[in-house]
Design a protein around this ligand. Structure first.
Ligand code: SF4
Length: 469
């Protein structure tokens, strides 16, 4: 008998569908709209031109992350353009009665870090944000999309989006991760296996023993990079870990509403006999720490592997491979371990949470930053920074020679003073290694887990964290 159950994606989609549109898309109600300073000003301007209010200000929350400096966040910000953007966000949120988590609130941080930690991100809902990595929130069993500026306008004005329903691919990660292998290595391996466009038209449902055993923070790392594999969104079915994470959070339901919410959240998980458009299995036992060597997140190898030969891919992929080698200044067949680095960046919405900082600090305790390596340790939010301070992590990092900074996106995107210079090579715990991503048009990015970044900072070159821990 063919499977008759429903996936979480279908349940959430059906529950939020306002109507089917003649285009074949769905008019989808958005439960939570997260906004920030980069993609919202034009959307608010369009709203003003149209004379429209924000339809559901209470479902809309704002923070500042991309442009915020991680040195001094004293107002006015040193960069007048950044200050202007922050002032515009303050004005727009005030005008429309939207809650803004500004630096003075103590709750500011990267939009994909604060949503979960405040309990705004909840299972069984739809979430939109004008940022590609909104897929992060799927870790709770939410259907979460990154959207463009005109869609931000649409959600502000109507709380709805016109969206095509994605197919669902279930990705089961079996076995158990070895010590020194992290959620980042899992998602890099998935993207390497399926390709950066392999997820186009799909939502990824992550499952299996490795995902089940992950903390919510680790699941956030996996879901964060779904978009790097081309998927429209990625999610993990809500379970006990999800519920325990949300209990007592500022915006989580309380009292009777909590019990009703938990019952609803459980009911949104995929049915055991759910139908999937595709299924993929990955052996978690076989995974090793990964490092990207190229110019997209699919171009990665295990740290103890050699870089691919040009002829290892079909004819049509060879030009792309050659382009990556030329840009990165690396040679086919060489080991990635031992590649010298200039900068080490620990942070971002992929890996700027407290568990990431704890793992990096474990490594930092074992040595000193190598001479000539510039470092940035950037908590994903002010709450993460406070927690780290309570645990004495800034002192651990400083004692090893790392630079401890204030919360923000920092060098992930370099829309702030944290930038690569010239051809610098950066070991980075962020999510994109595109040409010029970290602020220098010729800068080079090697993506890896925060613990691997810390190990690279200590040795001055790409190193196997398993030999340090
Ligand atoms: S940390 Fe990077 S990917 Fe995440 S929201 Fe900021 S700029 Fe975007």
């Amino acid at each position: 008998m063919p499977p008759t159950g429903k996936s979480l994606l279908d349940k959430v989609w059906d529950a939020h569908s306002v109507r089917e549109l003649p285009s074949g898309q769905t008019q989808l109600f958005i439960g939570l709209h997260l906004i920030h300073e980069v993609t919202s000003p034009q959307a608010f301007a369009m709203l003003r031109e149209l004379g429209l209010p924000v339809r559901f200000p209470a479902r809309t929350f704002a923070t500042v992350d991309h442009i915020i400096p991680t040195g001094s966040q004293k107002r006015p910000l040193a960069d007048s353009l950044a200050e202007e953007m922050l002032v515009a966000l303050e004005q727009n949120t005030r005008d429309h009665g939207i809650r803004l988590f500004a630096p003075g609130s103590g709750k500011q941080g990267i939009v994909h870090v604060i949503g979960p930690e405040l309990g705004l991100t909840q299972p069984g809902t739809t979430i939109a944000c004008g940022d590609s990595h909104t897929s992060t929130h799927g870790a709770f069993g939410a259907v979460a999309f990154g959207i463009g500026t005109s869609q931000v306008r649409d959600v502000l004005a109507t709380q709805c989006l016109a969206m095509a329903r994605p197919k669902v691919r279930r990705i089961e990660v079996t076995g158990k991760l070895a010590a020194g292998v992290y959620a980042k290595d899992v998602i890099l391996a998935i993207i390497r296996e399926l390709g950066v466009k392999g997820g186009v038209g799909y939502a990824y449902e992550y499952a299996g023993p490795v995902i089940d055993a992950m903390s919510i923070e680790e699941r956030l790392t996996v879901c964060n990079m779904s978009i790097e594999g081309g998927a429209r969104c990625g999610y993990v079915n809500p379970d006990e870990a999800t519920i325990e994470y949300l209990r007592g959070r500022e915006y989580a339901p309380a009292g009777d509403a909590w019990d009703r919410a938990v019952a609803h959240w459980r009911s949104t998980a995929s049915d055991p006999d759910a139908a999937y458009a595709d299924r993929v299995e990955l052996d978690g036992n076989a995974l090793a720490p990964s490092v990207t060597w190229g110019i997209n997140p699919g171009q990665s190898v295990a740290v103890d592997e050699k870089l691919p030969g040009i002829t290892s891919v079909p004819e049509e992929g060879r030009a792309q491979l050659a382009e990556a080698f030329e840009y990165m200044g690396l040679r086919p067949g060489e080991p990635i371990a031992g590649t010298p680095i200039d900068v080490a960046f620990i942070g971002s919405c992929t890996n700027g949470r407290i568990s990431d900082l704890r793992e990096a600090a474990r490594v930092a305790r074992t040595g000193k930053v190598a001479a000539g390596v510039r470092t940035l340790v950037v908590p994903g939010s002010q709450a993460v920074a406070r927690q780290a301070e309570e645990e004495g992590l800034p002192e651990v990092f400083r004692a090893a020679g790392f630079d401890w900074r204030e919360a923000g996106c920092s060098m992930c995107l370099a829309m702030n003073p944290d930038k690569l210079v010239g051809r610098e090579v950066c070991a980075s715990s962020s999510n994109r290694n595109f040409k010029g991503r970290q602020g220098s048009p010729t800068g080079r990015t090697l993506l890896m887990s925060p613990a691997m970044v810390a190990a690279a900072a200590l040795s001055g070159k790409v190193s196997d964290v398993r030999e340090v821990l």
